[in-house]
Design a protein around this ligand. Structure first.
Ligand SMILES: Cc1cc2nc3c(=O)[nH]c(=O)nc-3n(C[C@H](O)[C@H](O)[C@H](O)COP(=O)(O)OP(=O)(O)OC[C@H]3O[C@@H](n4cnc5c(N)ncnc54)[C@H](O)[C@@H]3O)c2cc1C
Length: 413
């Protein structure tokens, strides 16, 4: 039997170093930032100053770029080890950002590492890894369903000199304001068969003539640099095609699998935080002469949350293991993405319930966590997209093999 649930010593050492770094440097700096912010929302320039300072400290602590290969200045951790490191970093708002392992840059870094030409790596990947620039990934459009990228309307037309002329409209482009480049998905071959071959990825230097940030969309969790972009006669040279013409869909899928899982790793930290708050409150609140935690109804909420968190961790680890070992992973990533996003929502909601009116106030982090958690069930594939894929694989497995094994984790129970 080769199943081993213990962490190798070197990974455990990095996990603990990240935990110490977060406790010693990141959490105190964040608390100071928010304490000094009028109305609780810090100024952008104060956030940037804090991030620049903490990123230097992350390099000194040797926790910088944990997910990137050593030859690119990282710690060389694979997805399984990253599950543990991300869950430590994401216990604070800016932890992943400080390690340069936040969305969308983390996904873009992996994409460039695996699909960029040597020249593109020097121009785009290297500055991104050195923390000198930020990037964004621009696929979703307001006019067509983001769940079906074959419908993308942003068009790229090849000109006589080989340049591409791009026109279109994007929205919810995270990190767009201040990004030094975008990976932009546009339609180059509308008649392609299959339609998945109609899109191409372009590297766009920013700011650029023809790339207008219309607004930072005000979401239910506030405005957090998820921007609407109008693209008008944007010129991009042919050498800025990323991953080959017609491969935009494939590249998006390749990027999204691991990136979805990276989101799940960070959400696990949020679930743990919510459960800790739930248990703390249930133990300290007294009624009928005993702690609230003595009530069976509250114990059910605690127990359900603990079980769901445990399942979430196992799903994330198993999907990470499959990615790391070059095994098919889309089914397992869909399990994890759907389960973790919904567990996050349910556990934060239960924690609010246990806090009573206090949970509904802004005196605890829970209400803010709930507003942010809602996006988890939409981003990187809405719940139903993952359920549809899971069911499709389940039916195919039964039809083709007479077994459900390959669609239920390939664990051969
Ligand atoms: C906070 C945030 C950040 C984001 N960041 C980025 C980014 O950086 N770059 C980027 O390109 N995009 C980004 N997005 C967009 C995100 O990827 C899309 O919102 C998502 O893909 C869904 O697309 P849509 O909003 O067009 O919904 P639609 O595709 O219109 O779907 C609407 C609803 O239909 C249902 N549905 C969809 N498919 C199916 C199906 N097969 N069966 C049954 N029901 C279905 C689901 O309930 C879904 O919520 C971000 C979104 C949010 C909220």
């Amino acid at each position: 039997m080769s199943i081993d649930f213990s962490l190798p010593d070197d990974v455990e050492a990095i996990r603990l170093r990240v935990r110490d770094f977060i406790d010693a440097e990141v959490r105190p700096a964040e608390e100071k930032l928010y304490a000094n912010a009028p109305g609780g929302e810090p100024e952008r320039r104060d956030v940037v100053a804090m991030i620049i300072d903490l990123r230097e400290k992350a390099k000194e602590w040797e926790v910088w770029l944990p997910h990137m290969p050593v030859e690119w200045g990282g710690l060389g951790l694979g997805p399984t080890a990253m599950a543990f490191v991300s869950a430590e970093a994401a216990r604070t708002n800016f932890g992943p950002f400080i390690l340069n392992a936040q969305a969308p840059d983390e996904g873009n870094q992996h994409t460039l590492l695996h699909h960029a030409t040597p020249d593109q790596k020097e121009r785009y990947l290297r500055p991104l890894l050195e923390g000198r620039v930020r990037s964004c990934f621009a696929m979703t459009e307001p006019e067509v369903s983001g769940s079906d990228p074959t419908g993308i309307q942003t068009s790229a037309v090849e000109e006589a000199n080989g340049d591409w002329l791009i026109n279109g409209h994007k929205w919810y482009i995270s990190g767009a304001r201040g990004a030094k480049f975008a990976i932009l998905i546009a339609k180059t071959d509308p008649e392609a068969n299959p339609p998945q071959a109609s899109n191409t990825a372009f590297l766009v230097d920013l700011p650029a003539e023809g790339w207008e940030v219309v607004r930072d969309i005000d979401t239910m969790a506030g405005a957090h640099n998820h921007c609407e972009i109008r693209i008008t006669n944007l010129r991009v040279p042919a050498e800025n095609i990323l991953g080959g013409r017609g491969n935009g869909h494939l590249l998006g899928q390749a990027r999204l699998g691991p990136a979805r899982l990276a989101h799940c790793m960070r959400w696990i930290a949020q679930i743990e935080t919510a459960l800790e708050l739930m248990v703390t409150r249930a133990e300290s609140r007294q009624l009928h002469g005993a702690p609230l935690a003595d009530k069976q109804a509250i114990q059910w909420m605690m127990a359900d949350s603990a079980m769901e968190l445990y399942a979430a961790k196992l799903m994330v680890l198993h999907a990470a293991y499959r990615i790391e070992n070059d095994l098919p992973f889309r089914q397992e990533v869909s399990f994890a993405k759907h389960h973790v996003a919904n567990t996050l929502w349910r556990v934060v909601d239960r924690a609010i319930q246990v806090h009573g009116a206090l949970g509904y106030s802004t005196d605890t982090p829970l209400e803010k966590m709930l507003r942010h958690a809602r996006a988890a069930r939409l981003v990187d594939g809405a719940d139903e997209v993952h359920q549809a894929l899971i069911a499709r694989n389940l039916r195919a497995s039964w039809r083709d093999t007479g077994s459900l094994d390959s669609a239920t984790g390939t664990l051969s129970f």
